[in-house]
Write a protein that binds this ligand. Structure first.
Ligand code: GTP
Ligand code: MG
Length: 195
């Protein structure tokens, strides 16, 4: 599928402030701080500055809604696992993220994992949490430009010691080269068609 239109709608902390759902499907992006959630939204929409990105973890602190093709939403969420913030702030970002994930909106969650890292305890907890609450999710490995094919192959073996998956059931992406963008957009298209 092609993205022809992408507009920022609003930011919110609590569900009462989310935009009206109107039965729209939503694709939400979760993962560690700095894993590349906001960059992925920019890559998919072809808009470099739609979602705010930063070298410093903790850039996205609210739930940000983007309306795509006037048809569905992308939702950018705060990250988890960033050590250098006070506990109270961490809890508030966590709560903001959890509010969204627990909401009854018609959503599919993309869990982003940095291809260079073995998933952290928090990554595993996130996946278990989603399974427990029966939230549909799909894994996207980010920053694939940082590894050669050979390194990627080796790294996937390491990751599989922590996490069970088949390479055909996950997506790979680079916001630098846009590799994998088409596959993700086609996947989104299929989900919208209800396949
Ligand atoms: N090389 C490379 N760098 C990337 C890629 N994706 C993101 N980055 C860089 O990683 C940093 C973090 O990216 P963000 O998109 O802001 O990450 P985020 O997950 O939204 O982070 P928070 O909002 O803090 O949770 C930025 O410096 C990006 O330029 C990628 O695919 N390749
Ligand atoms: Mg972000």
């Amino acid at each position: 599928m092609d993205i022809k239109q992408a507009d920022f709608v609003k930011s919110a902390v609590n569900e009462k402030d989310y935009p009206e759902a109107l039965n729209k499907m939503e694709f939400a992006f979760v993962g560690r701080s700095n894993v590349g959630k906001s960059s992925l939204i920019n890559s998919l929409t072809g808009r470099k500055k739609l979602a705010k990105t930063s070298k410093t973890p903790g850039r996205t602190q609210l739930v940000n809604f983007f309306l795509i093709n006037n048809e569905f939403n992308f939702v950018d969420l705060p990250g988890y696992g960033f050590a250098k913030v006070p506990m109270a702030v961490k809890e508030s970002w966590g709560k903001t993220m959890e509010n969204y994930l627990k909401s009854e909106r018609k959503k599919l969650v993309f869990v982003l994992l940095d291809i260079r890292r073995v998933p952290s305890g928090e990554d595993i907890e996130m996946l278990e949490w989603l399974t427990h609450y029966e939230v549909d999710y799909f894994i996207i490995f980010t920053k694939c430009d940082k590894l050669s094919n050979n390194e990627k192959f080796k790294q996937l073996k390491e990751i599989k010691k922590k996490l069970e998956f088949s390479n055909d059931d996950v997506l790979f992406h680079s916001s630098l080269t846009n590799a994998g963008k088409k596959e993700i957009l086609d996947f989104v298209g299929e989900m919208l068609e209800g396949k």
